[in-house]
Design a protein around this ligand. Structure first.
Ligand code: AMP
Length: 306
């Protein structure tokens, strides 16, 4: 199945306890596209960049069969810019700067080739843009997955509620799930979020793994134990990209398929955190992914007591 994703294509400046970068390639849609490309998915991106965005980045994505026809270039505009600083535990971070720039007036256009995608990933960006993309698809996709963050909860609550009501799956981190639901318990939070619309609720817990909820059912996975975690930026988006790409490939959207999709997403995210920005995920091959999935199995399988 075809996958269409909207999200930011961005410049990021990142500071972790291990180092600091100037403006490097980032953005939710970038990570989603790169993750989906590892699975050789027919993936189409919708986004916007400014005239300051290097051609080589778009060429790199095209080279990985990521369709960027829907990435508009506003020649006299500036690309979305985000700067963040991680705390020593690497599980929490402060946003230092968010400059919306060309995202401020973005009116998304769905390229002809992507408008009939069966799977739609509404990656992190303004909920008005997410809504517009959903409304501009030829027909309602078979699966709509949403990712968002506290920034949009703080600024655009009502619009975000509209998008959430129209999605099948939401992926959100633990802190954001608590903010969205007003509940500390993640079980209660998931229940409240189900009631807002999504049939499936995924709560990401950084180095502590992820949870998948479907009314009354739950599946939990740890994160792989990595020796070196360098920069968590993009882990959530890589996870989302791997998750939807797996579902688009297997063409099934039931709880069991979502469990496997959770593993695929987490395995891919485990690469992203090993180097700055998109450096590592750009180098991942299907064989590397397969090996990580095997490690997941070894980490979590045990004999039943008789
Ligand atoms: P993650 O670490 O997966 O939560 O996502 C990090 C990416 O999200 C970075 O590459 C940023 O460019 C992008 N980002 C940060 N803030 C926002 C925002 N408010 N809307 C959309 N994308 C954002």
């Amino acid at each position: 199945m075809k996958l269409l994703s909207v999200g930011t294509v961005a410049f990021d400046a990142i500071e972790t306890p291990f180092g600091k970068t100037d403006k490097i390639l980032g953005g939710a849609a970038t990570y989603i596209g790169l993750a989906a490309s590892v699975l050789d998915t027919d993936v189409h991106l919708v986004s916007v960049v400014g005239g300051d965005f290097p051609d080589e980045y778009l060429e790199m994505m095209k080279g990985k069969n990521i369709n960027v026809d829907g990435v508009e270039v506003v020649e006299d505009g500036k690309t979305f810019f985000w700067a963040g600083k991680y705390h020593n535990d690497l599980n929490t971070r402060d946003t230092l700067t968010t400059e919306l720039n060309v995202l401020e007036n973005f009116d998304p256009k769905i390229p002809e080739g992507g408008a009939d995608a069966e799977v739609l990933m509404l990656g992190n960006l303004h909920p008005a843009v997410q809504l517009a993309v959903l409304e501009r698809m030829k027909t309602r996709p078979k699966l709509v997955v949403l990712d968002t963050m506290n920034f949009w909860m703080d600024l655009t609550w009502d619009l975000l509620m509209d998008v959430i009501a129209k999605t099948d799956v939401i992926t959100i981190n633990d802190e954001e799930a608590r903010q969205l639901s007003g509940e500390y318990s993640l079980v209660k939070a998931a229940k409240k979020i189900h009631a807002l619309g999504p049939k499936y609720v995924i709560i990401k817990k950084g180095e502590h793994g992820a949870l998948l909820f479907e009314d009354g059912k739950v599946f939990a996975i740890p994160a792989l134990l990595l020796e070196d975690v360098f920069d968590p930026t993009g882990a959530g988006d890589t996870f989302a990209g791997g998750f939807v790409a797996h579902l688009a490939k297997c063409e099934k959207f039931d709880f069991e398929s979502m469990k496997t999709a959770l593993i695929v997403g987490s395995a891919l995210a485990s690469f992203t955190v090993e180097q700055f920005g998109t450096e590592k995920i750009q180098t991942v091959t299907p064989a590397m992914l397969k090996e990580r999935i095997k490690q997941f199995k070894e980490l979590t399988t045990f004999e039943e007591l008789v």
